[in-house]
Write a protein that binds this ligand. Structure first.
Ligand code: ADP
Ligand code: MG
Length: 242
């Protein structure tokens, strides 16, 4: 079993004018390659901050993150941008699609920016992903013509276009009805079964139960970790966090 993500004594302080707030207060964890890990905790507990730092979108105040052989705190801005583009895929609650690009162009954008594959290869891969996600027939539509569930599938296809080692999903079902949310979880589960490492923040115990393990965060600290599988037990643990 190889470790893909190492987080050590991670702290994050936000400074707003005179006021500073410690969103992460010393989080350490490891995620094995191929694992599907869920993160739960109350609103404001630091879940998004943790994901953003692991994905190189934000920087820690102290402590460190390593993804594969990359120590993020030792990278300059250029290296970090390449890391974000090629090593991690992001899926957010609000899909963040480019409104004036059609579905296929949205999916292909990170690969075109990466510049490591030919247009033909990129087209082949994006077509394959759209088919896999059941939205090949939507390829020429624009985001506003799609349902929420369809938009999230486009966002997932885009997240996978550069074959990232790590998928980070921040409340991917938070803006979806339960049927679409369940489909999104099916998709993530399917990618995970084929070896994709996933770290997913969720408020839903049912979603979290689909993961291999669940991390519980309170006030910027990792307070518990339990196996997935049992949504009742997860929901109960979550109530205990309050
Ligand atoms: P969660 O995703 O668990 O809801 P966040 O990681 O978004 O929590 O936020 C954790 C805490 O840090 C919250 O109290 C939030 O208000 C604060 N915070 C988040 N981002 C910023 C920021 N850019 N500036 C100041 N405070 C922030
Ligand atoms: Mg959040």
């Amino acid at each position: 079993m190889t470790t893909l993500v190492r987080v050590s004594e991670l702290k994050k302080k936000y400074q707003t004018g005179e006021v500073s707030f410690e969103a992460l207060r010393g989080i350490s964890l490891e995620i094995a390659a191929g694992d599907f890990v869920a993160v739960m905790g109350q609103s404001g507990s630091g879940k998004s901050t943790l994901l953003h730092i692991i994905g190189g979108l934000d920087q820690s105040s102290s402590g460190w993150v390593q993804v594969g052989e990359h120590r993020l705190d030792k990278m300059n801005q250029t290296d970090l941008a390449v890391f974000r583009r090629d090593q991690v895929g992001f899926v957010f609650q609000f899909f963040h699609l480019v409104e004036n690009l059609n579905v296929q162009a949205n999916v292909e954008l990170p690969a075109l920016l990466s510049g490591t594959k030919s247009k033909k290869e990129i087209r082949q891969h994006s077509t394959e992903l759209l088919e896999r996600l059941g939205i090949a027939d939507q390829a020429h539509k624009h985001p506003w013509e799609l349902s929420g569930g369809q938009q999230q599938r486009v966002a997932i296809a885009r997240a996978f276009i550069n074959s990232p080692r790590l998928l980070l999903a921040d409340e991917p079902t938070g803006n979806l009805d339960s049927a679409s949310g369940s489909e999104v979880l099916d998709i993530l589960g399917e990618f995970n079964r084929q070896g994709q490492t996933i770290l997913m923040v969720t408020h839903s115990a049912e979603d979290a139960a689909r993961a291999d393990s669940v991390l519980f965060i309170r006030d910027g600290r990792l307070v518990d970790r339990m196996p997935g599988g049992n949504d009742k037990a997860i929901a109960q643990r979550l109530v205990g966090l309050r």
